[in-house]
Design a protein around this ligand. Structure first.
Ligand SMILES: NC(=O)c1ccc[n+]([C@@H]2O[C@H](COP(=O)([O-])OP(=O)(O)OC[C@H]3O[C@@H](n4cnc5c(N)ncnc54)[C@H](O)[C@@H]3O)[C@@H](O)[C@H]2O)c1
Length: 337
C-alpha cells in the first residue's frame, strides 16, 4: 500500500485493497449516506462488490451512460435532479466511481451543488488513476469544446485499487499508458525507461506517474506555469481530437501523435535529439497508440494558429530536452508558416 500526500488530501494506492475503503471513509465522514456516481459499465461489473464492501453505508447510485458525451450540461442536470430527488444534503458525501468522465463530472457536481459538497474519487480506469483524479481539475464539455465549464475542486480522498484494471478494455488501458509515457518523458526518466520495457504497469509505475503530476500540481495549483508541462503533446493532441470530432482517436492516441509532433518541433528548435524521437515513435507504435503513416504537423497547424491560447506574445509550447526533462518555449506565428 502506498500513500501519497497532496496539500489537503491523500491518495491511497492499494492493489486489491478495496475492502479498506469503508474504514477509510469512516475515518473522515460520520454520516451513513453515500451517493455514488458511476457509469453503466462500471456499475454492471462492480456494484455488487462495491455495495458489499461498503455495507455499513446506505448507498444511492446515480448511473450515467459511459463515454465523453456524458460530460454534458444535460447529464449534469440529470445527475443533480436525481441526487436532489434521492435526498442529498450539503453534508453528504459524493463518490465518483469510474473513469475520467465520471470523475470530472462528479467533481463538478460536488463543486456546484449547494455551493459545494465533499467528494472522493475511486478511479477505475488507468487514465483516471494516473491523471484525471489527481490535481482537482473538474468540469464538463460544451458543444463549443471540451472542458469549457469547470472548477478547481479537490476531493477529500482518492482511493486507487489497481484490481479494477483487470476488466478495463485494452484500448482504454493503452489510453492511460499514453499519459504515463508523457509523465515519464516530462518528469521521470526511470518511469520512461520502465515503460519502454513493460506494457503491463503495476503499483510502482502508477505511483511514479502520480508523483510527476503531484510535483507539478503542488508547485502550480492553478495552472499558471509549471503545470503547463503536463500539456506536453496536448497542443497538437487537442487539435487532432477536435478535427476528427472526438470520434476517431481516444485522447491518449491523439496525445501520442501530438507528442511525436512536439518532439519534431523540439528537434527543429535544437532542443530534442533525433534518437529520442525514434525511440518514442517505436514505443508508441509497439503499444498501438499510433500507426504509420503518422499524422502530419502540416494538417493541424491552422487549428493551432487560430487557437485562443495563441497569445500576442506567442504560444507556450512544451518540448522535451531528454527523458525526464521538459521546458516551456514560446513559439511565434512564423514558426508555423
Ligand atoms: N481532470 C483532469 O485533470 C483530467 C485529466 C485527463 C483527462 N481527463 C478527462 O478524463 C476523461 C477520459 O477518462 P477515461 O479515459 O477514464 O474515459 P472514460 O471515463 O470514458 O472511461 C473509458 C471507458 O472505460 C470504461 N471503464 C472504466 N473503468 C473500467 C473498468 N475498471 N472495467 C471496465 N471498463 C471500465 C468506462 O465505462 C468507459 O467506457 C476525459 O473526459 C478527459 O477530459 C481529465
Amino acid at each position: 500500500m502506498t500513500f501519497i500526500k497532496m496539500e489537503d488530501y491523500e491518495i491511497t494506492l492499494s492493489p486489491g485493497g478495496l475492502d479498506q475503503l469503508s474504514n477509510m471513509i469512516k475515518a473522515m465522514y460520520k454520516d451513513v449516506h453515500l451517493f455514488v456516481i458511476t457509469d453503466h459499465h462500471v456499475y454492471q461489473l462492480y456494484h455488487e462488490k462495491f455495495s458489499a464492501v461498503l455495507n455499513d453505508f446506505l448507498i444511492q447510485y446515480v448511473v450515467i451512460e459511459p463515454g465523453e458525451k456524458s460530460k454534458s450540461l444535460k447529464t449534469y442536470q440529470n445527475v443533480i435532479d436525481t441526487l436532489i430527488e434521492k435526498g442529498i444534503k450539503r453534508s453528504h458525501l459524493l463518490v465518483g466511481f469510474g473513469g475520467g468522465v465520471v470523475g470530472d463530472l462528479t467533481g463538478f457536481v460536488a463543486a456546484t451543488l449547494y455551493r459545494g459538497i465533499p467528494y472522493i474519487h475511486v478511479p477505475t480506469s488507468l487514465l483516471a488513476m494516473v491523471d484525471s483524479s489527481i490535481g482537482g481539475k473538474v468540469g464538463i464539455d460544451l458543444p463549443q469544446g471540451k472542458n469549457l465549464i469547470g472548477a478547481f475542486n479537490n476531493p477529500i480522498m482518492v482511493f486507487i485499487d489497481t484490481d479494477f484494471l483487470k476488466t478495463l478494455p485494452q484500448r482504454d488501458y493503452r489510453n492511460g499508458l499514453a499519459e504515463m509515457i508523457k509523465a515519464g518523458l516530462i518528469g521521470d526518466k526511470k518511469l520512461y525507461h520502465a515503460l519502454l520495457e513493460k506494457e503491463e504497469v503495476g503499483e510502482t509505475e502508477i505511483a511514479q506517474a502520480i508523483h510527476v503530476k503531484r510535483e507539478l500540481v503542488l508547485s502550480d495549483p492553478y495552472d499558471q506555469k509549471e503545470r503547463m508541462l503536463l500539456n506536453f503533446g496536448h497542443t497538437f493532441g487537442h487539435a487532432i481530437e477536435k478535427k476528427h470530432h472526438y470520434e476517431t482517436y481516444l485522447h491518449g492516441e491523439a496525445v501520442s501523435y501530438g507528442m511525436l509532433i512536439a518532439l519534431e518541433v523540439g528537434i527543429q528548435l535544437g532542443e530534442t535529439k533525433q534518437e529520442l524521437y525514434d525511440e518514442v515513435k517505436a514505443l508508441l507504435i509497439k503499444r498501438k497508440l499510433v500507426c504509420e503513416p503518422l499524422l502530419a504537423m502540416e494538417d493541424y497547424k491552422d487549428a493551432i494558429v487560430h487557437d485562443k491560447k495563441f497569445l500576442s506574445d506567442g504560444l507556450h509550447f512544451i518540448v522535451v530536452t531528454r527523458p525526464g526533462d521538459a521546458k516551456i518555449v514560446t513559439l511565434k506565428m512564423e514558426d508555423f508558416s
